[in-house]
Design a protein around this ligand. Sequence first.
Ligand code: AGP
Length: 611
Amino acid sequence: MCGIVGYIGPKEAFPVIIKGLKRLEYRGYDSAGIALIKDDLMLYKKKGKVADLEESVLGKELQANIGIGHTRWATHGEPSDRNAHPHLSNDGNLTLIHNGIIENYASIKQELSNKGYTFSSDTDTEVLLNFIQDIKLNEKCTLEEALRIALKRIVGAYCILLMDKNDPSTIIAARKGSPLVIGIGKGEHFLASDATPIIEYTKEVVYVNDYEIAIVKADELILKNLGNEKQTPFITKLDMELAAIEKGGYDHFMLKEIHEQPSTIFDCLRGRLLPQIGEIRMSGIDNNLEKLTSAKRIVIVACGTSWHAGLVAEYMFEELCRINVEVEYASEFRYRNPVVNEGDVIIAISQSGETADTLVALESAKEKGAFIFGVVNAVGSSIPRISHAGAYTHAGPEIGVASTKAFTGQLAVLSMMALRIAQAKGTISNERFIHLMKELEAIPEKVQDILKDTTHIQVIAEKYMNATNALFLGRGYNFPIALEGALKLKEISYIHAEGYPAAEMKHGPIALVTEELPVLFVATKDSYYEKIVSNVQEIKARKGMIISVATEGDQIIPSLSNDTMFVPETDEILAPLLSVIPLQLLSYYVGVKKGYNVDMPRNLAKSVTVE
Ligand code: AGP
């Protein structure tokens, strides 16, 4: 989850790199650094934010047309100046930045120490750098060849940028498991972990593939595989606008992205959901319909908010497609040696497409013969590249660490998937199919209705912002939304919150209920409605403070609640797309009122690319 930026060309490298690192800070950081080459190698690095680094180099020598920069999220070695990247090789010639983990670094470090190498940091990155130096020295080979040999011997994930002070015209880059994008300029090249630092300079980019090495000069880009065979760079045209990255007038990216949801859900449905002609068209599904309809089992692997989308999908696929579905935390699935049979369908849900836990879960399932379908937001990211098929959520860059618009994008894609497969299997009547398509088509406007006036949610946030605990309860399709609401409150306002199936309260957690405990019910009108009314009454009888998400026009739930947030009526299968919106807003306003950095909450990173 570190951020990487490199530049080579006629411009001053320092400002390009610093600005790029600031655009990448959302990926997670605890330190930052930059290396430049002019007549000598200049290396500056510091614990803290990029702005702290920028301040620390004021007045220093910064003139150069080639450089690499890095924002770090610690994996090996605590956040500190010495552990920040870039690192310097023992001979003082080479410098390297790295995003990822070298799993066998300890044995390599021991080998190098026995040869007399010394280390000024606790990082795996510095080990890799000196390993490269050692190979270059002993094999009497080029830096590129030394890197190739080293990469074949290390185990783990990496995106690296490497420079040699004796060759100020070249940056060597390589990736496996951590993303790398190269921007193609006129007589210049930009390198970064994603497109955000590049887009203001060029829209032509190359997504480097795993096991590829890039030799980058101002006017030349050579791609090779680890077998030293040249690869043809595939140039993609970015369709992101810089404005899409800026906050667009909102106080925070998170609020902007919550308010983008009517359009991002619309974009997700566009060209795919066609109720006028009674069709859903998704090439990833249509081209693999037989595999998807004949599957005996679907396993959904994901993490965090994406895992909650998986839980909603479980209810949808089982109800509509009559296929057995299991939802797995990716990190658990990978390590418990799961039963995966030929023909099983694995759906990976991920906003970033780079989550290491999800990636590695997929790789092991793929080896066992499963069909991998990726539901991802970040175009060109790693998960789509290893999937057999997939569907993008088209939510655009999600900068806020807390996932909001990507989550509803996932629900929109999964709803269309379930409907399309059910139609193909004949497990849904045409009448219900058309009804649900029309309900789905109306969702963007209903989300817009919720967002029209949020002042009452701000009042509720003010009222409960000093709570120290909260419970979120829901049933059926709203149970995963209770979990999602709890996660949002935790990660944005740092208030401890737990989500539960509402009926589960009587099996223990109801002991927690006091007059100080806010209990949030996700209680929209659905087939569980009478049941959840009873659950609300159970809490009310124990003087719990009740905040509800209810359907517009409902009288009963509001009469039992201290506060109510309303959403428009829709089919219960699609209710999560609406009931989550007030909970996203509630966590946002509580976090803001508590004065927290809601876009970059403490300890969190946007893309968790370490296991
Ligand atoms: C969501 O608000 C969290 N930031 C986090 O749980 C996130 O959903 C999780 O890390 C998975 O990320 P992904 O969707 O990019 O795979």
